[in-house]
Write a protein that binds this ligand. Structure first.
Ligand code: DO4
Ligand code: MG
Length: 275
């Protein structure tokens, strides 16, 4: 297993538990290197041995844009139809779930992304907010999936439900996007059995937990990437959230202080507190 972690000291490669600091190469260059697996194996040998103890772990992003896919799980289709019933928007969600073209939207510029342990936020003009735990693809400038990470697509359900055209305001604001803790470098495709778990704790008590797996994801990562890169260039690559299959019930909203923990098997854990 090869992972790449971005720290305040520089990129850190881990191969089967052995870690090396890659102080001579910047994140975007690594992200877009050809033969990345071979390069990382060589760098792991020549790099300075490193321990993550005491290092600050940053979001695994350089100058890439973060995009997101929506309504890629049946659970998401259902939840959107429910939240947009009053506005008559439900048909859009039913249609996009089965349409050939997926829903894709720009989620965050790199400066708006927070990393593991940092605070995510809920909008002050919204009363109904949830985290969305999503497998996130790391894609180089050539449209190749180089690895996988965890994303939290924080969302304001009341704003989105009021009118589908309010989607950018429901999705894009300061502290609305968390990514991390590392990139699991792709050596083979992720198994369909890969599990995604979300836990929300309030004052030390679990107030929500949910589970899904990649069998439930309706579209393949390659299909989503091929639409994202159609007619659009990403000079330093991109990150693409693949949609959520876990959505708390209509009676649940996040509040300040909640601890959001997302676990994706073989990648790790992304934990953030709501500011
Ligand atoms: O169309 C609304 C957004 C859907 C979304 O973010 C998701 O399904 O994850
Ligand atoms: Mg989402």
């Amino acid at each position: 297993m090869i992972t790449l972690t971005r720290t305040d000291a520089g990129p850190v490669v881990s191969i089967d538990g052995k870690m090396a600091l890659l102080s001579d190469i910047d994140w975007d260059t690594l992200f877009n290197s050809s033969n990345l697996v071979t390069l990382l194996k060589e760098l792991a040998i020549s790099g300075e041995e490193f321990s993550l103890d005491g290092a600050a772990i940053l979001a695994p992003i350089g100058t890439q844009e973060v995009w997101a896919a929506g309504v890629t799980y049946y659970r998401s289709r259902d939840a959107r139809m429910e939240e947009s019933k009053a506005s008559g928007g439900q048909d859009f969600y039913a249609k996009v779930y089965s349409a050939e073209r997926p829903e894709l939207f720009m989620k965050a510029s790199a400066f708006r992304v927070v990393g593991p342990g940092a605070s995510v936020r809920i909008r002050q003009d919204s009363k109904w907010n949830v985290p969305e735990p999503e497998l996130t693809l790391a894609i180089n400038s050539r449209g190749e999936i180089i690895g996988y990470t965890i994303g939290n697509d924080m969302s304001s359900r009341d704003i989105e439900g009021e009118n589908p055209l309010y989607l950018p305001q429901a999705k894009v604001y300061d502290g609305s996007c968390a990514i991390g803790p590392c990139i699991l470098i792709r050596e083979s495709d992720l198994s369909q059995e890969t599990t995604i778990d979300l836990t929300i704790e309030r004052d030390g008590e679990k107030v929500f937990s949910g589970h899904t797996d990649l069998h439930q994801l309706k579209r393949t990562p390659e299909e989503l990437v091929s639409y994202l890169y159609r007619e659009t260039t990403f000079p330093t690559g991109a990150l693409l959230m693949t949609g959520t299959g876990i959505i708390p019930g209509t009676d649940f909203t996040l509040i300040s202080g909640d601890l959001v923990t997302i676990k994706i098997e073989s990648i790790g854990v992304l934990r953030n507190v709501v500011a």
